[in-house]
Design a protein around this ligand. Sequence first.
Ligand code: AMP
Length: 420
Amino acid sequence: MDKFFDQLNLHNDILKAVETEGYTEPTDIQKQAIPLVIEGQDLLASAQTGTGKTAAFLLPILNKIVTGERTGGPRALVLAPTRELALQIETQAKKYSRYLRAFKTVCVLGGAPMSVQMRKLSKPFDLLIATPGRLIDFMDRKKVDITGIEVLVLDEADRMLDMGFIDPVKKIAAKTPSDRQTLLFSATMPKSVIKLAEHLLRDPTEVKIHHQHDKNENIQQNLHYADDLGHKNRLLDHILNEKSLSNAIVFTSTKRHASKLLRELQDKGYQTGAMHGDMSQRQRTRTITELKNGKINILVATDVAARGIDVKSITHVINFDMPQSVEDYVHRIGRTGRAGAKGTALSFVTRGESYFIKKIEKYTGQIIDPLVITGLEPKAPKKNQNSEPRNFRQRRPFGKKPGGPSNGQNKRFTKRRHGR
Ligand code: AMP
């Protein structure tokens, strides 16, 4: 094993688990963060999923718990915005603590029955992983005591704030001791995250791993111009039959569209599953298991699935519909090329969405070149396709929107953007 892990003075059983996982050398974030966390410093880290950040905080936290005095109550708390991410952190925690005697992790999250989680909370345990809403529920019912928390981790803080968890997070943090160690991880660092950090962290050390685009170098990004829905379907059919594709996630912008596409692909004989916000936790977990064990190889998903899914065999991410933000784009494509593997990210782009591609390119610093499949070429762009004629705009009656019933394409587009 690389000297780095050996030199950290980690408990032997944690080192053994790292070895079992096959980690021969640390990732950038681990190299920077682990020594600081061991020193007890607060951390403000920009790192996205896929960089090895979970081990960066879990390994030193497990070490702190097992080398200190066990209290029976949780001594570290990891907050995650989504159920998928929380479950994934739990899975990793179990892997890294597999050789630690009597070490217990409890994960509480929404969308799963409270009674089972309540039972787990009533027994002694060491590490608590939670989504904020469900934890508040348990706190309000006095079913969990977080007054002994020594380390608080906020994972994907930007997402947490996007999802409106600011008050729950503050409420939870306020119930933990003020002299705790706090580690904040975020893929992006908007002002709102900095403000939260100022509120919760004490004299934090900033850790920045390279900008996302450096981390996506192993992902080949391209686009296909698509004329309409039918054209997208034909492109998808062609790509899903490419030899290099073994597992793929196909992203749509709404759950309705995800369900429709799922049915269409199943009718065509593809081994397909879906992942969207309407599914229960049990259904989602089952789908991920099916993807991992090869029962299905195509997942049709909305953005709720973009974060947290960590399936190494995903070779392709296909943006059937483009996401709403550049951050979502980066998270979507990060589902492939996991742990250093090569990946392919393809986006189906209508001519009107070209501006968005420019925005992504500016953000990631990478060019997304168009590809053309013989026989599936897009129509040549019409001149001024996206601008209405001048005299029409001038003559438009007050209050009336441009584009009448004939503008169905646009209408459908707006509709599809609702309800993820
Ligand atoms: P994360 O960013 O924490 O979601 O981790 C992404 C993936 O990287 C997970 O599948 C981890 O098991 C894997 N991983 C974490 N640390 C290492 C390492 N040092 N070497 C190889 N793989 C790692």
